[in-house]
Structures are given as C-alpha cells and as structure tokens.
Design a protein around this ligand. Sequence first.
Ligand code: 5GP
Length: 216
Amino acid sequence: MTPFPVILSSPSGGGKTTIARALLTRRRDVGYSVSCTTREPRKGEVDGVDYFFLTPDEFESAAARGDFAEWAEVHGQRYGTLKREVERVLSGGKHVIMDIDVQGARQLAEVFPASVLIFLVPPSAEVLLERLRGRRSEGPEALVRRLKTAVEELKAVSMYHYMVTNDRLDVAIARVSSIIDAEAARSERRREEHDADVSTLIMQLQLEIRKQQELG
Ligand code: 5GP
C-alpha cells in the first residue's frame, strides 16, 4: 500500500492536535510531520516535537532555500511544512498526519495529490469559544483574531474530502481512523496489489473450471 498525507484542518480549538496525537499512539501506520513556526512556544511545548520554533530570519532562509512543501501566515505568524518531514514519514511506509491551516492544505494537496483532506468542525460556536478560552495562553485581541480566522476557514470547507464533527473526542478519533482505513483500501491506491490478487483468483478459478469440465 502506498502511504499518503492526511491533512487535518479546523479552526483553533477544533481539536486537530489532540486527534492527531491520539492517532499516533493508536496506529502504527501513521507518523507526524513536525511543522516550523515563528510563534513563541506555549507552556509545555518542546522544540522539535510540537514544532520547530524558528526566528523570522531562520524561517525566511528556509523558505528561500525551498525547504517547505507549503507555508502560510496564520494569526500573524508563519507556519510551514518541511518537504523532508513529509518525505521522512512517507518513505518509512507510514501515512503522514498533518495539522495545517486551510491555505496550507490547498498548497499541499497540489504538491501531493494523493492527500486526504479532513476538516474538523466544532459542534457549536459555544463549544469553540469555550475551547479557545480554556487555552488561556492569549489575550482578548488574539482571541478575536483566532475567531476571525475561524470564520474564514469555515468558508473553505467545501475544498475538503471529509468533514468530521468533533463533539465527543473518542467518536471523532474513531471517524478519522475509519477514513484512513477506507482511503487506504481504495482500489486506485492499491492498483498493482489488487490487480495481482485478482489475476491469481482468476487463474485459480480457470483451473477449477478446467478440472470440473474434465471430470464431467
Ligand atoms: P497553533 O499556533 O494553535 O499551534 O496553530 C495555529 C494554526 O496554524 C492552526 O490552524 C494550525 O493548523 C496551523 N498550522 C500548524 N502548522 C502548520 C503548517 O505547517 N502549515 C500551515 N499552513 N499551517 C499550520
């Protein structure tokens, strides 16, 4: 089976990081691409694990070198996916889970057309607000900026292949996991394997037909 990128997008507080982490612990066939960002680390975030935290100059140089498969400005900070991160995971035979914004998803789907795009939506505006406030890492200005971005992102939902409501976390995780299974089983992703299996089956059936005819 050829592994593919799985792009998770959602408004901030939509739960994509939690879902990505849960899938990583539950499934051996998925890996994570660590993004680069110019924003400051939040409490508990580790460089090289949650993000590669870069200075604006470092980010600029990486972009100029062509290191990014995509990059975008989100909430006034820059975020980017390193080509080598995506390739590292795919070449290890794993689907690569990416938690990226709508602009990035659009670019990445062009570079990797086999990508599966999943949009996670909060069950209500109230829940989204609650989740954002619960973060308490930013002031009211940042909250308003994230809400405005959320409105813009929701408008792009039709570009995605799947929409999953993140009401109960365990249900949302299971849904995303089933989407990965279904996508992995699609004939066009396994053409060679399926063709070989079907040829073997046909050959065996033809042998059986001949045997039956000889007996009859
Ligand atoms: P946060 O600062 O809350 O970790 O992420 C803010 C936003 O940046 C989220 O919507 C997240 O999906 C997006 N983001 C994280 N990494 C990347 C990336 O590599 N590329 C793009 N385009 N967006 C990203």
